[in-house]
Design a protein around this ligand. Structure first.
Ligand code: SF4
Ligand code: SF4
Ligand code: SF4
Length: 430
């Protein structure tokens, strides 16, 4: 049995070795139980061990181990909670062990056609934006969705984010880059990692970033990057993930070394840059990128503290329900976008804690759709109870799931900040 999270280790993909490691970790978790209420994975782990073992000789059969692995949707919250993560001698990283187990099962390649499809965000994004009318109509057409479910495994009832009719990078090239010119040689500059969701689905989030930063004299760079690789990693394709990570780090490292913040307006992608790139690439460049990475709300909060962002709010937002995505909480930097909104006059922010069950790609899979909705239920009830004037959430995928449940579209914290600053139109989420 080898405890490793490193795909370069000779045992990383060894299925026998992985199951022995799962036995070791499940035994430790069974004794600890701190994560009893976190997710279906732990629920199954404790129930199966209680039912099927005497609690002393803790060892499940392989299909039970696989079930626990598959029910993990990679929210990362157990990692934050666990007292035994590296460098503890138990070296326990539950989410990364689940990823290792998936990668070992599929030989480091996409585990299924569903994973291959969900991992191809740049390809589907380019096609979807090139023919957005057709793609969006198809995504809403029941017969198409039934075929998609049968062939690609994407849940037929899951609302998919619409494609934009123009990619963010195209707007940035023509208009955005000129919005916040370096007025002075020493003016601060930030580098935007737009993420696929902003690039292909909701460019207004990126535009809001450019407008808000421009309004306080911060110039924005937006070099050409690719998908962060999270869907590949989640789907067992660790090799595909590493390839994407290398490409992005090569582009972003010079920006990090030039002292620029790398601003990420989606929490999952930010988590991947911050935690997974240095873990999987182990290079100084990846570490430099991780250190420079900031969630968009966190960066504006920092600028506010430095007096660069003046927070001259003119509009009240009323009763705001702010959904805290798991992958933002797991970054360990607090909820800074929420904190910026708390300073808006005439605004009451209610924190909505709770998972939407999406977590990247998991909640899109037909296999997990009903379970994901069950995971989301307490969060939905909290939002409804708060009777919000506006729902705010950082994660576009979580926001789409909230819209699916509640029928009201959340806006991004950048939209809400732009709105409070008196900006109008799409940058204000209108
Ligand atoms: S990462 Fe999240 S879903 Fe996976 S085991 Fe941990 S708490 Fe559960
Ligand atoms: S992941 Fe860590 S904190 Fe959670 S149950 Fe296992 S040992 Fe305990
Ligand atoms: S996590 Fe972000 S960058 Fe990564 S695939 Fe998803 S949207 Fe794209």
């Amino acid at each position: 049995m080898t405890t490793t999270y490193d795909p370069d280790s000779p045992s990383y993909f060894d299925a026998e070795d992985v199951h022995e490691e799962l036995d070791r970790v499940f035994d430790l978790c069974h004794g600890c139980r701190l994560c009893w209420d976190l997710c279906p994975s732990f629920d199954s782990l404790f129930k199966l061990i209680d039912e099927k073992t005497n609690g002393v000789d803790v060892k499940l059969d392989r299909s039970d181990n696989d079930r626990i692995v598959d029910e993990c949707y990679q929210c990362k919250l157990c990692y934050i909670k666990c007292p035994y993560v590296p460098p503890h001698e138990w070296d326990l990283d539950f989410p990364r062990l689940m990823l290792r187990a998936r990668a070992a099962r599929s030989g480091g390649k996409p585990a299924s056609l569903t994973d291959r499809f969900l991992g191809a965000t740049d390809l589907t994004g380019k096609l979807g934006t090139a023919a957005s009318g057709l793609a969006n109509a198809a995504n809403r057409a029941k017969p198409v969705r039934i075929v998609m479910e049968k062939t690609l495994g994407v849940a037929r009832d899951r609302k998919l984010p619409d494609y934009a009719n123009k990619r963010f990078s195209k707007w940035f090239e023509r208009e955005g880059a000129a919005r916040a010119p370096d007025k002075e040689a020493d003016a601060p500059r930030a580098t935007l990692f737009p993420t696929c969701l902003v690039e292909y689905n909701d460019p207004s989030i990126g535009k809001a970033a450019v407008e808000i930063l421009g309004s306080c004299g911060v110039g924005v760079n937006c070099p050409e990057t690719v998908c962060c690789g999270m869907p590949s990693l989640d789907g067992g394709d660790v090799k595909g993930f590493i390839e994407k990570a290398r490409r992005n780090v090569e582009v972003l490292a010079p920006h990090a070394r030039a002292g620029r913040a790398i601003v990420v307006p989606q929490p999952t992608c930010g988590y991947v840059l911050r935690h997974d790139y240095p873990d999987y690439l182990k290079s100084d460049d990846a570490k430099a990128v991780a250190e420079a990475t900031r969630d968009a709300g966190e960066y504006i909060f920092e600028l506010k503290k430095q007096g660069v962002f003046k927070a001259e709010f003119t509009e009240e937002l009323g009763n705001v329900a702010y959904h805290a995505p798991c992958h933002l909480r797991a970054q360990g930097k607090g909820l800074k976008g929420r904190d910026v909104l708390k300073a808006v006059p005439g605004t009451k922010v209610t924190l909505i804690e709770g998972c939407t069950g999406i977590d990247g790609t998991w909640g899109y899979k037909a296999k997990w759709y009903e379970m994901a909705r069950k995971v989301a239920k307490p969060m939905v009830e909290r939002i409804e109870k708060s009777e919000p004037d506006v729902i705010v959430g950082d994660c576009l995928l979580a926001d789409t799931a909230i819209e699916e449940e509640i029928g009201k579209r959340p806006i991004h914290p950048l939209h809400a900040i732009a709105r409070a600053l008196g900006m109008k139109g799409e940058v204000a989420g209108e």
